[in-house]
Design a protein around this ligand. Structure first.
Ligand code: ATP
Length: 242
């Protein structure tokens, strides 16, 4: 595994609902250990992009390759077993099940040493293993969702609406952890995030979607240094992206 290895590639992907494309001509590459943030206003096509990358939505044109295999509808479970995991915006949490139940559900046989190393990343969960997930705070639920995903040692991790409903202070404390796990475990990470500056500060690259098209793509540091470009991409004064 080298840090330049591409784990996920989308080329010219158009996808949507019925006959209407919600994402057009999307091209994206994700490498080992890299954090890519998808930005853009409501309805821009961020969730649709993740669904297409996981084969949960058929592509109308273009192709997606994930972990060396072509992504096709119906193969999502196989893709997940191969190590591509999507944490959906509802976090896939069952309110009546305990934290420990979620771990058991995530992995048929929970590897204790893996569980320990995941809990080292989210020590707050250690005290909460017997608590029902519905009673956890929003931040704890997001930690649980990510911890559960990490248990299976993913190679690709996508987190939709990473900070939905979380206070900025919680976001600020959680996002650096995402960058660390990407780098330390060599996981390619895609996050959908509304807190632009914090997201850019932990990302390698970012794409801004607007009305289904990628209207801006650059190194996160470059975008952080020039917030006006991101703002313009949100509000429709688009730069051309080849
Ligand atoms: P948000 O930040 O609001 O979640 P988003 O960038 O994730 O937005 P998507 O959820 O991908 O955007 O939606 C893109 C477009 O597709 C929107 O116009 C939305 O109304 C439409 N859309 C999303 N889901 C469906 C669906 N199941 N059926 C029909 N249209 C849909």
């Amino acid at each position: 595994m080298t840090m330049t290895e591409v784990v996920l590639a989308a080329r010219g992907v158009t996808a949507g609902y019925g006959l209407a494309p919600a994402v057009r001509n999307l091209t994206l590459e994700l490498r080992v250990g890299e954090v890519v943030t998808l930005l853009g206003p409501n309805g821009a096509g961020k969730t649709t992009t993740l669904l297409a990358l996981m084969g949960l939505l058929p592509t109308m044109s273009g192709e997606v390759t994930s972990l060396g295999r072509a992504v096709k509808p119906g193969r999502t479970a196989k893709l997940a077993r191969a190590g591509a995991i999507l944490v959906p915006d509802d976090r896939g949490i069952f309110p009546d099940l305990t934290v420990a139940d979620h771990f058991r559900l995530a992995a048929a046989r929970v590897d204790r040493s893996r569980l320990e190393s995941v809990l080292d990343r989210f020590p707050a969960l250690r005290e909460l293993t017997m608590r029902r997930a519905g009673l956890l705070s929003g931040g704890e639920q997001q930690m649980l969702a990510i911890a559960k995903a990490l248990l299976v040692r993913p190679k690709i991790l996508m987190v939709d609406e990473m900070s939905l409903g979380l206070a900025p202070i919680i976001v600020q404390s959680m996002l650096p952890g995402i960058r660390d796990l990407a780098k330390e475990e060599g996981i390619g990470v895609i996050i959908v995030e509304q807190h632009v500056a914090i997201a850019l500060s932990v990302s390698d690259r970012a794409l801004v979607l607007n009305q289904g098209s990628v209207v801006l793509e650059d190194d996160a540091q470059a975008l952080l240094a020039d917030p006006g470009r991101v703002e313009a991409a949100y509000f429709g004064s688009h730069e051309e992206v080849a």
